[in-house]
Design a protein around this ligand. Sequence first.
Ligand code: PLP
Length: 394
Amino acid sequence: NNRLASRVNTLTPSTTLAITAKAKEMRESGIDVIGLGAGEPDFNTPENILSAAIDSMKDGKTKYTPSGGLLELKDAVIAKLERDQGLTYERGEVMIGVGAKHVLYTLFQVTLNPGDEVIIPTPYWVSYPEQVKLAGGVPVHIEGTTAANFKVTAEQIENAVTDKTKAIIINSPGNPTGMIYTREELESIVQVCKEKDILIVSDEIYEKLIYDGNEHISPAQLSEDAKKRTLIINGVSKSHSMTGWRIGYVAGDAEIVKAMTNLASHSTSNPTTTAQYAALEAYNGPQDTVEEMRKDFEARLDKVHPQLAEIPGFHVLKPQGAFYLLPDVTEALEKTGFANVDDFAAALLTEANVAIIPGSGFGAPNTIRLSYATSIELIEEAIRRIHQFVKDNW
Ligand code: PLP
């Protein structure tokens, strides 16, 4: 079909959104489906943030803002980076965008030339390779194995670098892995990035969802050189339960941020003004709701992780952050006879009425992803159903 540009030929819809849509359709036709596909917190946005948004509208703050975002919001992000990570940035090094997803999209558009390679560790968040390809770049995958807690080493990165390598994406805490890179691991990674002179795209969207006393470190915190080559990507979606508001940001190199802002001025103009005022309150207002939500997620994880681990043929590491569980189901597939995780997920949805996401979309075809961003009762019931489903097919 020559109506479509060739750049969308290989574009596939996000697997996460596709399964979620199918589950919703089944639910609407009266089937009792439990969805563990969600990529968003199940809490409403905190009350103080809702009020700030309403007040801003009533004050007439309903017009365009600067393309890179409200200056007050940039300042709030700068204050947050200083407060949480001890990092100092200037306004010219920060851009507010339409969610972390579109900020990443814009970043790849302004940094990649045709054929430029971006190293993406597996398992990865579904949109990274698609966005890199849309910008003319080439995703290069290196494997974070189950044995290595789904993380990659500096050595693997070094071996993957070619003269075309432009950047590496580090997502810690990770989606779908829930794993966190330690300071020591990041130190050796930034060392390689310095030697090979590559950019570090650090997706820190799950920064606030960390359990068991683990610590979030940004590569940008490790040295002046690391800070210069790191683009921090973050936003309010997961930390403040604000996925629908679509506010994210980048902090990093001024030249790149300026190009991103120029591109935004011709694509989005600015993120929705009301949402920016909401985000302003999210960063400047009280942070206790962030911690309350984190605690709630941690309690769910502690409760359901052992239940999932009991399912025959499931091997599941305990995640350190985010809100996903990623069991390796290689043995369960062998014993139940499903050819792959896609077939397993499809049968699980139609026969046991549980929606999970097959890891094939994350470059981890031996895994399935379950989100625990739903009530504990529903997660427990879903795990019971999965357990029964596996036993019935064994
Ligand atoms: N990065 C990762 C790893 C994510 O999981 C998500 C959301 O699912 C995003 C970025 C996008 O977040 P936002 O809602 O800010 O676009």
